[in-house]
Design a protein. Structure first.
Length: 318
């Protein structure tokens, strides 16, 4: 199980779904961090090739083998210039659940000065995967990386302070670390700060600051933050009330990231004509998308609209 990977459903405001603001703090899931760390490196290519190979592409399987062999050669050559290749090689094994090999190459990357390798080795120690679980060691790795301005190291250490893993729980310290990570561009840290200020978890409730951090994360493509930002504009929390702007953020999260709650919220706006021109056809389409993406309440709304349309049609025949 990855850190903080489970979202919590919550209450509605009016009939408008605002579940993300009722969630527990969602600290960075390791899968999310891996994507953030390696999106522009060789490991992004490894992920795509692995999917193609698993789907039966012989060409992708051959190319995957060549990429891993090249990373292996570079890592074996040593030197600071090859440290990132060692980290990417660790990722290649990690993503294939070969954790012992992953730990070996993360450790090599870390010793060569690549902080991404240090953080991911720490995460293996945190989870007890490929190494004996040792959260004290994990925190040492996170702390050292954070001191060297690794946003992922700061965010990971924040999680452990929040949960009391290998350290005494210290929410204030966790918030301080999240602020540092967010300033360095760690999107999950910004999102979690938004939730902290929205919920008053470890800090005094501050709707204005919540909106600020949700905006930072949304601008970096964080779908949950875009939904939460839309909710703040819809309700007027932390500043101006602007239902049209709420629809914009819901639309971004729905269309770009297939975020079901965003699709359901946007559908409700189209159904009621709040911030957008009333359009029941568009509302049904969005409810249907949200329903297919797993929003049960969207399925209920869709069925209600269908029953209403049938009733109206029957009355028209009389």
């Amino acid at each position: 199980m990855r850190i903080g990977s489970h979202a919590q459903s919550g209450a509605k405001f009016q009939k408008f779904k605002s579940a993300p603001l009722k969630e527990r703090l969602k600290f960075a899931a390791r899968a999310v961090l891996l994507s953030a760390l390696f999106a522009t490196g060789a490991a992004a290519e490894i992920g795509d090739l692995r999917k193609g190979c698993a789907a039966g592409s012989e060409m992708d399987c051959k190319k995957l083998s060549r990429v891993i062999n090249e990373l292996q050669r570079n890592c074996d050559a040593g030197g600071e210039e090859n440290a990132l290749d060692c980290a990417n090689l660790g990722y290649a094994y990690d993503s294939n659940r070969s954790f012992k090999q992953a730990a070996r190459y993360y450790d090599r990357a870390c010793k060569l000065g690549e902080q991404k390798g240090c953080v991911y080795l720490g995460l293996l120690y945190n989870d007890g995967q490929g190494v004996a679980q040792d959260r004290k060691r994990a925190n040492e790795l996170f702390s050292d990386a954070c001191k060297k301005n690794s946003s992922e190291g700061c965010a990971s250490l924040a999680y452990n302070y929040k949960k009391g893993l290998g350290v005494y729980p210290d929410v204030k310290k966790a918030i301080e670390l999240l602020i540092k990570a967010c300033k360095m561009g760690q999107v999950e840290a910004c999102h979690n700060l938004g939730l902290s200020y929205a919920l008053g978890d470890g800090v005094k409730k501050d709707a204005d600051r919540a909106r600020t951090f949700f905006t930072r994360a949304c601008e970096q493509g964080h779908a949950d933050s875009c939904v939460n930002l839309g909710v703040t504009y819809f309700k007027g929390d932390g500043g101006q009330k602007d239902q049209a702007l709420a629809a914009k953020y819901f639309s971004e999260a729905c269309e770009r990231s297939d975020e079901p709650l965003a699709c359901s919220n946007l559908a409700y706006q189209y159904e009621k004509g709040w911030g957008v021109a009333k359009d029941k056809k568009r509302a049904r389409e969005l409810y249907e998308k949200a329903c297919k993406l797993g929003r049960f309440d969207a399925c209920e709304h869709l069925e209600t609209m269908r029953r209403g349309a049938l009733t109206s049609s029957a009355k028209g025949v009389r």
